[in-house]
Design a protein. Structure first.
Length: 143
């Protein structure tokens, strides 16, 4: 089984694509806890922290299908990079504005969430063009 995964990683561009996607997806798992820790460090309550994290999660749930459709229409490079920059700007806006203005804090996390780029879907679309054998593509989907 491990040999099959090594074959995939040896394919041209495969390791770079997988690594880039894994690094790019780190905010998907860490943004919620970062929002909670930031809110608490700024003196906000756990209720506010949970509400901001929930707003981010809901915004991500709304934004992913919209960005996925945009990727289908315009291609990955034209959508993924601007979305990543906009998402980062949303988080930076939260960090710089703090919790002094709650509407601004909510707007920041919503912008960051809606603009979270759909990297995993983009990678799944690329595997068939990178890997030549169908069994490798199915194995890559499991990675």
């Amino acid at each position: 089984m491990a040999a099959g995964y090594l074959d995939i990683l040896r394919a041209r561009h495969a390791a770079r694509l997988l690594t880039g996607t894994l690094v790019g997806r780190l905010p998907n798992g860490t943004a919620h806890i970062a929002i909670v820790l930031f809110t608490r460090a700024e003196g906000g309550s756990y209720t506010l922290a949970g509400a901001l994290a929930a707003a981010y999660g809901l915004a991500t749930a709304v934004g992913q299908p919209l960005l996925g459709r945009a990727v289908d229409l315009y291609g990955q490079p034209r959508v993924q990079l601007p979305a990543a920059v906009l998402s980062a700007l949303g988080m930076a806006m939260l960090a710089l504005a703090g919790l002094g203005s709650l509407p601004l804090a909510y707007a920041a996390v919503v912008v960051a969430g809606v603009a979270t780029p759909p990297l995993e879907g983009g990678l799944r679309a690329l595997w068939p063009s990178v890997l030549k054998r169908e069994d490798q593509v199915h194995r890559a989907y499991a990675m």
